[in-house]
Design a protein around this ligand. Structure first.
Ligand code: ANZ
Length: 782
């Protein structure tokens, strides 16, 4: 009998669906194992062969674990809120829910063909009201919480209010936007509006005026990780800095726990490193400098307090709040002009650009805290307003940015750590001996750091301090296709909707664009009020729904709670997570943050959501190139092209067999090629190849449906695994399929003809067991 993949696959897929073969059981005596894939955004283009690479690996592992006696949870769903459906809605008026529904249907069809062992009864869709009701409920929990830094966990806002009522802000240890100070009496005397404003300074979901990445073209605010090189990651539109009222999440309160947790999980070093860098912990000191003839002080954050005697100038961020107050009459115009220029550059650009040096003297001087020296105060855009205190004690001898600044403006440079040549370059090393530095001279760097911190503390002008680069995460978007935020405004005071009234459904609107006054699209809704009050019109960001979907899979149908205690008790967290590394500092950080918050609230029973994580590599496309003579409709075969003046064009890879172009197919592909001429080698047109991203744009996309219809799902799956280690990127080559196909045919034949009832020989058993061992090891090693 021939190997007929169509019959075999259709038969089994039907049985699996009918019998729910892969249904996971909550009440099992077996040990659990939870295998998760990053759920896809259902785009209009459908899946290409690169997309399922990770899914195939996780599916193999799920089947393997089932065979090993585990009760395996292996679910799938859709991250179905997002920009493309909405952009399409803006262009065509089609409701994004419809586009999304259609795209999901197409994805499901494709996924089914590949024969995955998903438990489809647990499917989630983030844009489904049954799901986002719980995302809204989670938002409420964040709003109702503050972070107690001495307990090192989040607590209900009631405990903060109780603290204010008893002690005001005295002895308060809290993560906060700014430091506030009031007594219990004052607190009790504040009106509701004032109390509400104060609480927002501590809530874990809070509203504040803050600088955001505003993308005018997309009409929305973007998260830091959605901006690449000053343009939006999606679409490549310009992004500018703008101050706006915004909802944010206080992820900064969790910086240290997010760092510490990394040591407890089995993720790649590269991935952990990128989270560590993103969180950006720096140990150093905060130090205060008096300003000459002024009562104001400048606080700086420095990682090198040991270089304090090398300070030759101060640099403030142009946006620093003291700049206007301290600038002398003489420098007012120049400072204003400089500030305007700096405002046009995003933080990212300012950080990335280390070549352009610019700055402006303010006319003011600071006073050295230890020796009284006068230090000129400059502003410069290499200092970022949002990091540390937005002010730097500049030590040109030992910091390269300060060195470049000093050279550029001809400011003095002083050596305070021995061993370098500061006329050539900044000497930035952290070991060595301190010189020219009063009471720390001759000390080693580490001792000098401590001595300066101690002295500063004694004088009441500073202390050792740890700083994190991680910023709070913006949580609102001025867009339609996202979760509505369950907040309404009673006299400008944000209040939460009742649980019983969730979900707050997305309202119908006539257009998916902002209103004429620049309000978000939800403001177009005819009625969008709650208890007679206006409802928040921004929606949640793309990362809201994906920060907890893996918990919902544990108990996807539950309409009484986001996950039941029993389901949580049994499944706990994800044992194996497979997905792309592009989510390193977005989704994977946000999901860890939410999980830690849930832990604080007693909602989950583990500290980390994803115990083991593997980033699959990319499957790249192998593009086909044809060589067109400049100014003519004539194509030269690859081997002869150097004798002509040609340029390469991409041809659809589906028109190529090996390296030979299907000329008739190519002519019919595009009207413009209908009467093209071809210069052949040995009667063939040979194309060139190039390995690049698999993308519609390069006509190198291979659809898994086509592979499956020709060879079957098993060949597709095995071929993808045969391409190489899961974590590596590797090019697709349709030619390679026939090899795997040949293997299947052989295996099938063996199965048909190769059996006998004779006892296996010792040699045969040896071969069998060596094979079993190898299969186990290879699967365990991915
Ligand atoms: C004096 C000094 C001397 C510094 C020296 C470095 C070397 P990380 O490691 O990134 O935390 N800095 C502080 N706030 C800044 C801001 N808002 N924008 C730009 N730079 C800022 O770096 C901390 C160091 O970066 C601080 O230590 C400060 O320069 C600078 F030999 O202070 B340092």
């Amino acid at each position: 009998m021939e190997y007929n993949h169509k019959d075999i696959e259709a038969k089994w897929q039907k049985i699996w669906a009918e019998e729910k073969t892969f249904k996971a059981e909550e009440h099992s005596k077996l040990p659990k194992y939870y295998v998760l894939d990053m759920f896809p955004y259902p785009s209009g283009a459908g899946l290409h062969v690169g997309h399922p690479l990770g899914y195939i690996a996780s599916d193999i592992y799920s089947r393997y674990k089932r065979h090993k006696g585990f009760n395996v949870l292996h679910p799938m769903g859709y991250d179905s809120f997002g920009l493309p459906a909405e952009q399409y809605a803006i262009q065509t008026g089609q409701h994004p829910a419809i586009t999304t529904e259609n795209n999901i249907a197409r994805y499901r069809e494709q996924l089914d063909k590949i024969g995955f062992s998903f438990d489809w009864d647990r499917e989630v869709r983030t844009s489904n009201p049954d799901y986002y009701r719980w995302t809204q409920w989670i938002f409420k929990q964040f709003f109702n919480a503050w972070y107690n830094t001495s307990a090192d966990k989040a607590e209900n806002i009631e405990t903060l209010i109780a603290h204010f009522e008893a002690n005001g802000t005295s002895d308060l240890t809290a993560a906060q936007t700014e430091e506030l100070s009031f007594t219990a009496e004052e607190w009790k005397g504040f009106d509701e509006q004032k109390q509400s404003d104060i609480l927002l300074n501590y809530r874990l979901a809070y509203r504040s005026e803050s600088m955001v990445n505003w993308c005018p073209e997309l009409g929305t605010v973007l998260a830091n990780d959605e901006v690449k090189d000053g343009v939006s990651e999606r679409g490549g539109y310009p992004v500018v800095q703008k101050k706006m009222m915004q909802w944010s999440m206080r992820i900064s309160a969790y910086a240290q726990r997010l760092l510490d947790g990394l040591d407890t999980i089995d993720w790649s070093t590269a991935l952990k490193e990128s989270q560590r860098n993103w969180i950006g912990r720096s140990e150093g000191a905060s130090l205060e400098f008096k300003i000459q003839d002024s009562t104001s002080k400048i606080e700086v954050f420095t990682t090198r307090p040991d270089t304090i005697f090398g300070v030759r100038f101060m640099t403030l961020a142009p946006e620093h709040e003291l700049v206007n107050a301290i600038t002398t009459e003489e420098y007012k115009d120049a400072v204003r002009a400089y500030k305007e220029m700096a405002a046009r550059r995003s933080e990212r650009d300012r950080m990335a650009d280390t070549k352009t040096i610019s700055g402006q003297f303010t006319g003011a001087y600071a006073v050295h805290p230890f020796n009284g020296e006068l230090i000129p105060i400059w502003i410069g855009d290499y200092v970022l307003a949002s990091y540390g205190t937005g002010a730097v004690m500049a030590v040109p001898g030992h910091d390269s940015r300060d060195w470049a600044f000093a050279k550029h403006f001809d400011l003095p440079i002083k050596e305070v750590v021995a061993g370098g040549n500061i006329t050539e370059t900044a000497h930035e090393v952290k070991d060595g001996t301190i010189v020219n530095s009063d009471f720390i001279t001759d000390m080693a760097v580490a001792d000098a750091v401590k001595a300066v911190c101690d002295k500063a503390e004694e004088m009441g002008i500073g202390e050792a301090k740890i700083n994190y680069r991680l910023r709070d995460a913006i949580f609102g978007r001025q867009r339609y296709w996202g979760e509505p935020i369950p907040v309404y405004y009673e006299n400008d005071i944000p209040k939460l909707m009742d649980d019983a009234d969730l979900p707050l459904n997305l309202p119908e609107v006539d257009k998916y664009l902002p209103t004429e006054d620049g309000e978000p699209p939800l403001a177009r809704a005819k009625v969008f009020t709650y208890k007679g009050f206006e409802v928040e019109t921004t929606t949640m960001p793309g990362w809201a729904g994906s920060s907890w979907y893996f918990l919902r899979y544990m108990d996807a149908q539950n309409d009484g709670s986001f996950v039941s205690n029993e389901a949580m008790e049994y499944w706990q967290n994800v044992d194996l997570y497979i997905g792309g590394s592009e989510h390193a500092t977005g989704h994977l950080l946000y999901a860890r943050f939410w999980h830690k918050f849930f832990e604080d609230m007693g909602l989950v029973n583990s500290q980390e959501p994803f115990k083991k994580l593997i980033n699959q590599g990319m499957i790249q496309g192998t593009s086909a190139l044809v060589f067109r003579v400049k100014g003519e409709n004539k194509f030269i075969s690859k081997g002869l092209k150097d004798s002509y003046d040609t340029y390469p064009l991409h041809a659809d890879v589906n028109l190529v067999n090996g390296s030979e172009l299907n000329i008739e197919g190519f002519k019919n592909w595009r009207v413009e090629f209908n009467d093209a001429e071809f210069v052949l080698e040995d009667g063939k047109y040979i194309v060139g190849h190039e390995v690049e991203k698999m993308s519609k744009r390069w006509y190198n996309v291979v659809n898994p449906d086509d592979v499956i219809s020709q060879y079957g799902a098993d060949v597709l799956r095995m071929y993808e695994m045969f391409l190489g280690p899961l974590e590596q990127s590797k090019p697709w080559n349709t030619q390679g399929l026939s090899g795997v196909n040949g293997f299947f045919k052989k295996l099938w034949k063996l199965y048909q003809n190769g059996f006998s009832d004779e006892k296996a020989t010792e040699g045969e058993l040896k071969t069998l067991h060596a094979c079993i061992k190898k299969v186990n090891e290879d699967i365990e090693n991915f």
